[in-house]
Ligand binder design. Sequence first.
Ligand code: FES
Ligand code: FES
Length: 158
Amino acid sequence: MATAVEFTLNGNAVAAIAEPGETLLSVLRNRLGDTSPKAGCLQGTCGACTVLVDGEPVLSCLLLADAAAGRHVETVRGLAQGPQLHPLQEAFMERFAAQCGFCTPGMLMAAKALLDHNRNPTRAEVIEAISGNVCRCTGYLPIIEAILEAARRLSARG
Ligand code: FES
Ligand code: FES
């Protein structure tokens, strides 16, 4: 039987109907209209669907929507503050870290989870943080450089 699931999405209280077994990715994209998490492999191997749940990166194609009830969900759609891009978004643009862009929302959210916890990550920590996110375009180096650049900017802000 379908149930109503309530949670916070990018700071706003939301409610949606979820069928039994429906994933958070499906609810976000198909019921709440937030298509920023991408539907890639749908089996937990590409990272394109990565969102944050209570600050931790989660593969939303594997998480049942019911499990998000009462929790705080963040998607890339909530990253910018009005016209002000998040430093990660700025650095991704400047460093050409997005090509086709399909992996980018998941990359950004995995990187945000890292930088929210650690403003001064090592290159190895950055690589580890995005190790579950597949990119078929960039060769990863521009993404790693962009995340390190965003970390520098965030650290400079204190
Ligand atoms: S769509 Fe979720 S990991 Fe690929
Ligand atoms: S930019 Fe195309 S998959 Fe990463």
